[in-house]
Every structure is written in structure tokens, then in C-alpha cells.
Design a protein around this ligand. Structure first.
Ligand code: AHG
Ligand code: MN
Ligand code: MN
Length: 346
């Protein structure tokens, strides 16, 4: 029988002790998010029971109104963060504008962005979904936090992470000191350290992309994806294909096993589909902290200066050599079309 485990709380405190000037606010904010994750995980585990337990007027056994899970996840995160005095403003995929801290509560020094339920179309088919979060230090000088506090480039993030509600619930996060993974032990309700210091392979075995968009991509992306399949002389070894349609689950598999995820721009989603602030940027921070990389095809994701809360971006993310291959191929094809020459990124 094991008698010593590292809980997420102990791990965060131990990390923080390396910085004498730290106040503990960021640690507490991360516990607040871990609590929200446990509440959401509990609801997701019962998702298939909603209709069974909530037949009478869509009320559950406690007599509460049933909510769609992405609304539930959104409200849960807001309620776990808005009263603590650690947050000045929030931004969520589910809210059009930034979310202020209610006037009866104090504000703190962090701005938090989140995708409360990522891959939500997977809920109905009992597949993996997730939550993504991103934390910035406040930059506005007075008042209660504004949109400027969330419109910061990804390189300014102080922490980012995701929760994956899969066969087990995992929380993976970084504060810029490597990437660490915790697994929820449902018997004691604690996240326990299961994967310290995750390093992603330099060259991956999987590629993950919605290939039904193939004919909507430009030539550079088409050539790169054919290359990932091995259809390029002197290109790469062919990779295996895996795609769930849930960024968190697709990214997580590639982080651990090595691989590349792409959601390029196409002629329907001309600026890409995924959102910069609460999907691409936090995942890019994690990718880089695990020795992978992330680009929009031209720019490093973490360097992009956002101009609006729900801005979209193309995303190519994962194992460093694979991302380099795709970025180089896109640039090479663009240069060939314009007659210029290019230097490789790696
Ligand atoms: P969300 O459920 O938060 O709207 O995100 C869905 C996203 C992302 O998780 C996934 O990678 C992508 O949409 C899948 O899109 P396609 O169905 O177009 O492949
Ligand atoms: Mn999403
Ligand atoms: Mn979502």
C-alpha cells in the first residue's frame, strides 16, 4: 500500500517555495481551477444519466434545472474564480464580452481566460472532452480589470493548462517551469502527480487533422499534409493518423506519444477555426514548455498580439521537427509560387 503521494497542492507549493517573493496567489488560483475541474468531471461522469435522472421537467434529483454541459462548465469556472480576490477579469468562449468580477467581491492581480468545455460535440458520443485555461498578470493600472488585461500575447502567460475528461481525468499545466501532469483519484477526490516534467518527442508518430477539409486548404497545407503521410520524396517517414475532434484530447495524445496537430485556415474558415486566446495560446505555452513548438504557419503562436477576445488563428502544434517540417513546406510552396527562396526554420 502506498503511503506517500504528491497532491497537486503540495506540488504547487513546493514549486512556489523556489521563489521567496511569491505571494501564493497564483497557487491558490490554480487550486480554484482544480476545484472547478473536479466539479465538471463529476458532472461529465453523470452526463449519460441526465435524461434518466432528469425526466421530470428536466430537473435532476436535487430538483435543479438541467443545463447543457458547456453552460454548466462555464458557470462552474466563473463561480469558482469570481469571489476569491485573485482575479480582476475573465474571458470565456461562452461569453461574448469579458466577464467582470461582481462588484461585491474584491479584484486581484490575474486575468483568466478559458474554454470551459472543449470538444463539446464529443459529449453526446461519450468521447473525451476538456477544459483549457490561460492566466495573465493584470496590466491595467486601475479599476476592476478591462479587456486590455486579456488582450496580451501568449508569451506573457504566467500559467496555462488543460483538463482532460477521458478514461481518467487529468490536469496538465505549466507555469513556465516545465509541464506537469496530474491524474484525479476519484476515490479521494485529489489530483495526484502522475507525469512530472513531460517532454514531448522531437519527432512524432501521429498526425491529427480534419482531412475532410483537404480541398479547402491552400497548396502549401495540402503539400505538407501529403508529406506527413509520406507522400514526398526525401520528406518524412509516413505517420499514423489520429483525430478525435477535441483539441485537448488530440493535443494530449500527441504530447505524450509525439505527433502534430493541425487546424489550418481553409476557404470556409479563412482565419483558422480555433481561438487564439483560450485554445491556441495556452496549448502553445504547454507545447514549448515540453520542448515542442506551435505556429500559425508563419508566426510563433506565442508572439501573436491579439486584437479581439474571440480572435481565431490557424494552428500547427506538437513535436518540434514535425512543426518545423510543416512550416517549412508551407513557406517553400508559397515562395515557389512567388519565385523567392527561403531558409529552413530548423
Ligand atoms: P469547442 O468544442 O470548444 O467549440 O472546440 C471544438 C474545436 C476543437 O476542440 C477541435 O479541435 C475542433 O474544434 C474540431 O473541429 P472540426 O469538427 O472542424 O474538425
Ligand atoms: Mn474548444
Ligand atoms: Mn468550448
Amino acid at each position: 500500500m502506498q503511503t506517500s503521494v504528491t497532491t497537486i497542492e503540495r506540488f504547487i507549493v513546493d514549486q512556489e517555495h523556489r521563489y521567496p517573493e511569491a505571494t501564493g496567489e497564483l497557487s491558490n488560483l490554480l487550486y480554484d481551477i482544480a476545484l472547478a475541474a473536479k466539479l465538471i468531471a463529476a458532472a461529465i461522469r453523470r452526463a449519460g444519466l441526465v435524461n434518466i435522472l432528469g425526466t421530470a421537467g428536466h430537473r435532476n434529483v436535487q430538483g435543479e434545472e438541467q443545463q447543457k454541459l458547456d453552460v454548466f462548465a462555464n458557470e462552474t469556472i466563473k463561480n469558482c474564480l469570481n469571489h476569491t480576490g485573485r482575479v480582476c477579469v475573465m474571458g470565456s468562449e461562452e461569453d461574448e464580452d469579458v466577464i467582470p468580477v461582481p462588484p461585491e467581491y474584491p479584484v486581484g492581480k490575474y486575468a483568466v481566460l478559458f474554454d470551459p468545455l472543449d470538444g463539446s460535440s464529443n459529449i453526446d458520443v461519450n468521447s473525451a472532452v476538456g477544459t483549457i485555461f490561460s492566466i495573465y498578470r493584470r496590466v491595467s493600472m486601475e479599476g476592476r480589470g478591462t479587456v486590455t488585461d486579456v488582450l496580451q500575447p501568449g508569451c506573457k502567460q504566467v500559467a496555462a493548462g488543460y483538463v482532460m475528461y477521458g478514461s481518467s481525468t487529468m490536469l496538465v499545466y505549466t507555469t513556465g517551469q516545465g509541464v506537469h501532469g496530474f491524474t484525479l483519484d476519484p476515490t479521494i477526490g485529489e489530483f495526484l502527480l502522475s507525469q512530472p516534467k513531460i517532454v514531448t518527442p522531437r519527432l512524432g508518430q501521429y498526425y491529427s487533422v480534419n482531412e475532410s477539409n483537404f480541398w479547402r486548404w491552400d497548396k502549401g497545407v495540402q503539400t505538407a499534409v501529403r508529406g506527413l503521410k509520406g507522400d514526398m520524396p526525401d520528406g518524412m517517414q509516413p505517420k499514423n493518423s489520429r483525430y478525435i475532434g477535441s483539441l485537448v484530447a488530440d493535443f494530449h495524445r500527441n504530447l505524450i506519444a509525439g505527433g502534430i496537430f493541425l487546424y489550418p485556415a481553409d476557404n470556409r474558415n479563412t482565419g483558422g477555426k480555433l481561438r487564439l486566446l483560450y485554445e491556441a495560446s495556452p496549448m502553445a505555452f504547454i507545447a514549448e514548455q515540453s520542448e515542442g513548438s506551435a505556429t500559425d504557419g508563419i508566426n510563433r503562436i506565442l508572439d501573436i498580439m491579439p486584437t479581439s477576445l474571440h480572435q481565431r488563428t490557424p494552428l500547427v502544434i506538437g513535436s518540434r521537427e514535425d512543426v518545423g517540417f510543416v512550416a517549412d513546406t508551407i513557406r517553400r510552396v508559397a515562395a515557389r509560387n512567388s519565385g523567392a527562396t527561403v531558409q529552413p526554420t530548423l
